[in-house]
Design a protein around this ligand. Structure first.
Ligand SMILES: NC(=O)c1ccc[n+]([C@@H]2O[C@H](COP(=O)([O-])OP(=O)(O)OC[C@H]3O[C@@H](n4cnc5c(N)ncnc54)[C@H](O)[C@@H]3O)[C@@H](O)[C@H]2O)c1
Length: 263
């Protein structure tokens, strides 16, 4: 794959975001910014990328997607450091359980601010920058690209879940934002898509309880997955590579689901 431009990954400290940043490096992207609210973990990811891929320039940026000023400052810092932004993976997200009767208003507000409004702030700053920059040509496509954005939604962006109403609502919202921005900016050479992972083994799932209860919970996680297993973060990172690279030059304003087959 060919990534001659600059990558920005939010939620880059952990899980899918970390795997995505490492995958960008493995696929030859030489300028990578990772941003996250967890600075200590982010710096560990930065060190891991630098030591594994010494030829890659990696920049870690403290970011809270709940704040528009923080998002704008992060995007400005990427441009000040690397000159432009070409491949954006908006991955930062949180999960709160609780049906509509149980879920508190403050948890609703928090999940909304991180998962949906946060993606809106990121897309707004990223697209504004992309519109200012000249298109790049990669070896993967004859079509010059001004930028490509992948907003990480979820299988919860495609169906309901009675125990996760707010998470589901925000992830449906991410799909809607992505389809709308994809349509709006297609003619400017900017592609925007939503990626909908199924159950992926990352810290967001929480620790399994010990013993029988843990085994029961693990079995529940895979019951509806046709492949009979949960996914790994790098399997989602590969989807991000496809959606940000020239290999998906005719793909925009749509969703890619990666969930191992849902029954
Ligand atoms: N793991 C799954 O099963 C799964 C499935 C579908 C979708 N997703 C989505 O994938 C994305 C990544 O999740 P993950 O599974 O890698 O979990 P994770 O907890 O490992 O990573 C989430 C990252 O987001 C960061 N983050 C949280 N709030 C933030 C904020 N306000 N500002 C900046 N960064 C913030 C966290 O610090 C963390 O590094 C999320 O959007 C999640 O909803 C995960």
């Amino acid at each position: 794959m060919d990534f001659p431009g600059v990558a920005l990954v939010t939620g880059g400290a952990s899980g899918i975001g970390k795997a995505t940043a490492l995958r960008f490096a493995a696929e030859g992207c030489k300028r990578i910014a990772i941003a996250d609210v967890n600075l200590a973990l982010l710096q560990k990811t930065e060190s891991e990328i630098s030591s594994t891929y010494p030829e890659v320039a990696v920049k870690a940026i403290l970011l809270d997607v709940r704040s528009q000023a923080s998002v704008q400052a992060a995007v400005d810092e990427v441009v000040a450091t690397f000159g432009r932004i070409d491949y954006c993976a908006n991955v930062a997200g949180i999960l709160r359980f609780g049906d509509t009767v149980v879920l508190s208003a403050s948890d609703f507000e928090l999940v909304y601010q991180v998962n949906l409004r946060g993606v809106f702030f990121c897309a707004k700053a990223e697209i504004s920058q992309m519109l200012k920059q000249e298109p790049l040509v990669s070896k993967d496509s004859p079509w010059p690209a001004r930028g490509a954005i992948v907003n990480v939604s979820s299988q919860a962006g495609l169906m309901g879940n009675g125990d996760l109403p707010c998470y589901v609502a925000t992830k449906h919202g991410v799909v809607g934002l992505s389809k709308s921005d994809g349509l709006k900016y297609a003619a400017k050479g900017i592609r925007v898509n939503a990626l909908c992972p199924g159950t992926i083994e990352t810290p967001i799932l929480g620790d399994l309880p010990q013993g029988e209860a843990g085994a029961k919970r693990a079995a529940e996680r895979t019951r509806e997955i046709a492949m009979g297993r949960v996914g790994q973060p790098d399997e989602i990172a590969h989807c991000v590579m496809f959606l940000t690279s020239g290999r998906s030059s005719f793909v925009t304003a749509t969703t890619l689901a990666a969930h191992g087959g849902l029954r």
